[in-house]
Each structure stands twice: as structure tokens, then as C-alpha cells.
Design a protein around this ligand. Sequence first.
Ligand code: DX5
Ligand code: ZN
Length: 216
Amino acid sequence: MSKITPSIYICDTTKFYDEILKLKEVGIDWLHLDVMDGHFVPNYALGPKHLDDIKKHFPEITIDAHVMANELEKNVVQLKNADYITFHINSIQSKGFESLISEIEKNNCKVGIAICLDNTIEDIKPLLHKVDLITIMSIKPGFGGQKFEDAAWNIISDVVNYCHKYHPNIKTQIDGGVRWNNIKKLIDKKVDLIVVGSLLFGESDYKKVMKKIENL
Ligand code: DX5
Ligand code: ZN
């Protein structure tokens, strides 16, 4: 069964503490924290202060910081309290992949990479020896509430099958547009983590949503 990881940015952000408590009560132990810089994507989201505060109150929750930003080196240092730091391979700039990875590892974080619909598995194969988590975007990054792009299915199959065969220790994750009409198919594909934003936070009864997912 895939693990459900809520995109906490999509909740009512004036109620972070209560929302995370509510999520814990329904068994959530892994959160997805969207970081956006207004440049790599045309939107702003959460940052290091949110991460540190959540970790202070909920140290037991695993947090994957999904960094949609250009200045990766700076972000990696500031987000050192995350358990996983996920960056987009399309955003790697001057210093390159290897040095970014060592920065992440220096902070005892695990390494995540994110790929978009214009990437293929060939783009990431050479990087996989250093990676703990692969996030496949099924939307154009930047905003919650978008429609799942059907073009993602091929990339999902390629990456998940490749990892199961050659890198069973790498976790796979789907982010964006997860709804009732596609979540079962994602679970059947045996992705490790499924990010849910609108699907969960659009409802008030999280227990009901989680039960419905379990019963799919
Ligand atoms: C978008 C973010 C996603 C998104 C999820 O750039 O990475 O995490 O907000 O929200 P939904 O599930 O509504 O697409
Ligand atoms: Zn995300």
C-alpha cells in the first residue's frame, strides 16, 4: 500500500498546528512541504521557518521539503531540518549535482530529486546511485488544485518499474492532481508515496478520506 503524504501548503495555513494534529490522528506520519521562490515557479509557498516550527512541535513526523526554487545551495542549508530535501533536476545550476548532494548529506538529510513531464527516465539514470527518493510531477509545478496530466502515466511506469528492478531502495513519489479518478491506479502501480493536496484538504473529515483510500 502506498503511503499518503499531505501537501501541507494546501491546508488552511492559518491553522497549521491544528491541521497537523488532525492529520496525526488519522495516521499521517509523513508530510510534504512545498517550497517555492517565485522564480523557478510563478508562486510562493512555504520556507525554512515553517519547517523548523513544524519540526519543533512534531519531531516524529518525516518531512520531505519539495524545493521549487533556483538558489538550491542556499535552500539546502536553510532547510537542514528536513528529513528529505527534494530538488528539481531542471533547477540544478552552477555547482552541479554532486556538490549539491554532498551539501544535503552534510546536513544528514536524504536526497530527493523531482522530475517534470518534459523529463524522461534517461535524464535521471546517471544520478540514481546518489538518490533516496524520486518525485514524479504529474502537473506543471507551482500550484495546487491542477488536473493530473495523462502524459505522466508513461513516466510513472518507466520510473517505478526501473526502480523496482534496479534500485529497490529508492522510494518513488507522485505529486500533483491526485484525485479519486487516479489514486487507485497509482496505488496499483506500487508507488511508495502519494502526495495529496486538494483531495484531502477539500474535505473536513480526514478520517473518512483516509478510510476511503484504504478501502480502494
Ligand atoms: C505543486 C505542489 C503540489 C501540490 C499538490 O507545485 O508541488 O504538492 O500543491 O496539490 P494537489 O494535490 O491539489 O495537486
Ligand atoms: Zn509538491
